[in-house]
Write a protein that binds this ligand. Structure first.
Ligand code: FES
Ligand SMILES: [Fe+2]
Length: 351
């Protein structure tokens, strides 16, 4: 009933009811993770959850700020409050907090000019806005870069945001699915997959400064590209760029035109077995058909979702002996190896 003296209230403290292995949680805290689309954070605070930690996301004239969804006064959820006069206002006693998390006003204080102690502040979380996405790093000390999606850095390129979906699956299971081509004929026959299964060539995965990359040719079923080429099916090359731990960009290039489509996918590990997807899709035409691109991608996601949600075990087995592998799994095997070797994920916590 009563909280012990060593209570946990800072963003980098292990949350109560944490669904992650403690070792994994402490490692994942050091990465940037997406928590919201920037355009969703408008005049009112929004809630988000990252690694089992409840967060409030709010916008002031200084941009978007993120903090634990706990008022430092009596622990009320700040996401139930509001933003007024460029401050986040707690719904319980009206304490106001600025973009940095500092308390600027205590309405019930008898002397309104009295100085408010600096420690009266939110449990703020390091955040950044990039590619129209709000990213957060719980530890405050990111040990890995945000994804760099060069094509999306071009200000003339229009970003189309695919509405976030929640998958009841580990973020890493989604990443592997997103990087897997062998499932196309079986799962995506209704969209771009070629329904006739064909062998995939052996391919090499290369390590980059940020993660892993590989190229793969593929014969898509149908012709979905607005590049004026008339064909029943389209030969393309997919270039995958994976940024550890949970972000991937795919560049899709039909071999007979200059058309390029990019899908950038990044996943918020809400909890160990719940993920929230943030995806941007666009192309190198001046006027990408947003409605079509978003609709098609949403349909592709719906084709994948039930299969990934049903995968067992729910936790990605990082010990390669725990699942059987086929040659097309090169990327998945290298991804699992890297998560263990580079970051120490999947290891028991040192005592
Ligand atoms: S609990 Fe937030 S102001 Fe009192
Ligand atoms: Fe898929």
């Amino acid at each position: 009933m009563f909280q012990s003296v060593n209570h946990s209230k800072f963003a980098s403290d292990l949350p109560r009811n944490c669904t992650f292995d403690e070792n994994d949680w402490r490692i994942l805290c050091n990465f940037w993770h997406p928590i919201a689309y920037a355009h969703e954070i408008q005049d009112e605070p929004e809630k988000a959850r990252l690694l089992d930690v409840d967060l409030v996301v709010y916008r002031t004239s200084q941009g978007v700020s993120v903090a634990r969804d706990i008022c430092p006064h009596r622990g009320t959820r700040l996401s139930a409050g509001w933003v007024r006069d460029d401050n986040l206002v707690c719904p319980m006693h009206g304490l106001c907090f600025d973009h940095s998390g500092q308390c600027t006003k205590i309405p019930s204080m008898p002397h309104q000019n009295a100085k408010i102690p600096p420690k009266m502040r939110l449990y703020s979380v390091l955040s950044e806005e990039r590619y129209g996405i709000v990213w957060a790093c719980l530890s405050g000390e990111p040990n890995w870069t945000l994804p760099t999606w060069e094509m999306l850095d071009d200000p003339s390129i229009k970003l189309n945001f695919i509405p976030s979906g929640t998958w009841m699956a580990a973020a890493s299971r989604h990443v592997e699915n997103f990087n897997d081509l062998a499932h196309f004929p079986f799962v995506h026959g209704g969209t771009f997959g070629n329904e006739t299964p064909a062998p995939l060539p052996l391919y090499k995965v290369h390590e980059t400064d940020y993660g892993l990359t590989f190229d793969m040719p593929y014969l898509e079923g149908g012709n979905r590209f607005p590049d004026g080429v008339e064909a029943d099916d389209r030969e393309v090359v997919y270039t995958y760029e994976l940024t550890f731990p949970f972000s991937t960009a795919i560049y899709i290039r039909p071999v007979d035109s200059d058309y390029v489509q990019i899908i950038a996918d990044t996943v918020c590990p809400v909890s160990a077995h719940e993920s929230k997807l943030f995806q941007i899709i666009t192309d190198n035409t001046e006027e990408p058909n947003a409605e079509y691109l978003v609709k098609e991608s949403s349909q592709i996601n719906e084709e994948d979702k039930p299969l990934v949600e049903g995968q067992h075990p729910e936790d990605l087995p990082l010990d390669l002996t725990e699942e059987m592998h086929i040659p097309a799994d090169r990327i998945s095997m290298d991804y699992r190896r890297a998560l263990v070797k580079k970051f120490g994920l999947g290891a028991p916590i040192a005592s």
